[in-house]
Design a binder for this molecule. Sequence first.
Ligand code: FE2
Length: 332
Amino acid sequence: MFTHITSDETIEVPIWVEDPFPAFIADNVISEESCNELISSVKPLVKKHSFLMHGGRNFLPNTAIEFSELISKTEIWRSTISRLNNIYSKNFINHFKEKSQNKLVKKWLNSKKFKFTNSIYNLRSFLIRFRMKFVSNKIKSYQSKQVSSLNAKALLFVGVYSLINSLYRIIRSLADNISGYCNLTLLYDYSVSYDGYYREVHRDSDSRSIVFLLFLNSLETQSSGGSFGLYKSLNKSNLFQPQPDYSEEEGNLVEPTKGKMEKCKTHLIEPKAGRLIIFLNTSYAYHSVQKLKNTKIGNHFIYGGYTLPSNFGSIARKRTTKNLPTEFNLYR
Ligand SMILES: [Fe+2]
């Protein structure tokens, strides 16, 4: 048996989940009208500037120039992101700091001083401070272009810059970790997924610490999939695989590929306008998205993570068999 939260029902009292991993599920975080406003305001940008990933998801990162301009200029975007930052995510941390019975979770949340910053450590801000804005602009303009449109010189420039920038991020992150800080930056995207999109059972990448998903619409009655599943690992090992393979799902049990981890589904949450899920990205925070079928309007959502500059001090790295690096290049 698992908890099935359908799109027809409304969660009147937010649900705090301790098992299988810390999570929070709530409805009416923003109204349906606000969701529609968010969708229509960003529509032209999705058409022009998003890129396709995971076989059916149009992805627009918050760091894309055009999208970041829209966020800063539009009241509905500013207030939505501010609610996520200042109400839901902070309450989430405080709740589990006090209430969690899990030693690993409690220890991690209480051993750090959380600092929320607006942008990830980036050499470009360093260049601007030292009056080298023209170099910074050049880098940004190269990075906003398709790789295939860059000449060899530009490619080399971007490659070397990316390497030095990663090193800079790691050094700053190491310094934070030594001083007991968790420097979290919200990196998020507006996404629309269509038929064929799914995510296998996985946990999120190492640097993601607190992850949220805000659904902006329900799907049509004839469509299926798009639901978000939470899973519990049933194996006895103390180490967890980041992306355990599985063959098929029967009932709430996920049949493991030979020798892989066995899991069962504990929650299945259908998309609905204004429905929010927040979870702590532990090494066992297994989740999935069911394959989308027969949708014309698509599944519109905002997905984000409060993200560390590197995997130093990450909770996802504790009790795991393998690293899973965060794709910082998606948020250039
Ligand atoms: Fe995920």
